[in-house]
Design a protein around this ligand. Sequence first.
Ligand code: ADP
Length: 266
Amino acid sequence: LKDQWEIDPEELILGQEIGSGQFGLVLEGKWKDRKVAVKMVREECMSDEDFKEEAKVMMRLSHSKLVQLYGVCTQRSPTCLVFEYMESGCLSEYLREKKGNLSLDLMMGMCLDVSEGMAYLESSNFIHRDLAARNCLVSKNNEVKVSDFGMTRFVLDDQYTSSQGSKFPVKWSAPEVIKYSKFSSKSDVWSFGVLMWEIYNEGRLPYENRSNTEVVESLNAGLRLLKPRLAPDSVYLLMEWCWKEKPEDRPSFALLLHELAALSDL
Ligand code: ADP
C-alpha cells in the first residue's frame, strides 16, 4: 500500500513560476484535475527527514480557513510540497494592491477568517510560529486562509530561526518568544494582533522605520503599535488584548473568534 501523503510524480503536472519563498521556487501546477501550488524544496534549505514525519501530521489538519497540504512528492528531486491553490496570492500584497478600496466589512471578514483557522489550529494543539499577513493567502472570492503553519521548524537558516537572526520575525513575536523562544498558542495570539494591525493599515509594515532592537526596547517599556486610523475602537481593544505582556492575560483564539463574530454583527 502506498503512503497516503505521497504524491505520484506521474500525476503532478508542473506549470509556470508564481513566486519564491524560504524553501525555494513556487510553481502553479495540476494534480488530479485540481489547480495546485507546488513548493520546490531546495535541499540545503530544509531538514527533509524531519519534515517527512511532520507532513503526516500537517495533512491531517484540514479546515476551510487553512491552506490545505495535499501531499508531498519525494520521488522527484527536489522534493515538492503540493498545496491548495490560492488565486489572489498572499494577503500582505493583496492589502497593498487594494489600498483605499478596502471596506470595513471586508477587513473584519479577513480577521474573522484568520481567527477561525487559528481557533482550529489551537484546538488541534498545533502552534503556527510565524503568523503574519505574508503567511496568509487569499482565494478568488476574497476569503483569507492561514498558510505555512509550523514550517519554520524545518528551515535550515540561523538568520531566520534564531531570535537574534536578521530574518527572525521580531516585529510579530511575543516577548517570551524573543526572550526564551517560548512558543505557544498565546504567542500566536500576539502575532494575530499584529496581523489585525496589518489588515487595518492596508498592508503597511509594522514599526516601519525602526530596527528590531528598537522595537524590543519600546515593547519592554510597555509601548505598543498605535491604533490604525481605519480601526474601530472595539477592534483596537482586541489588538491590545493580544499584546498583554503575560501570555495568560491574552485571549484564546476561541474567545477572539467569539468577540470578532459579535462585533461583525453590529
Ligand atoms: P515560503 O513560506 O516558503 O517562504 P511563500 O509561502 O511565501 O514561501 O510563497 C512565496 C509566494 O508564492 C507567495 O508570496 C505567493 O505569491 C506564492 N504562493 C505560495 N503558496 C501559494 C498557494 N498555495 N497558492 C497560490 N500562490 C502561492
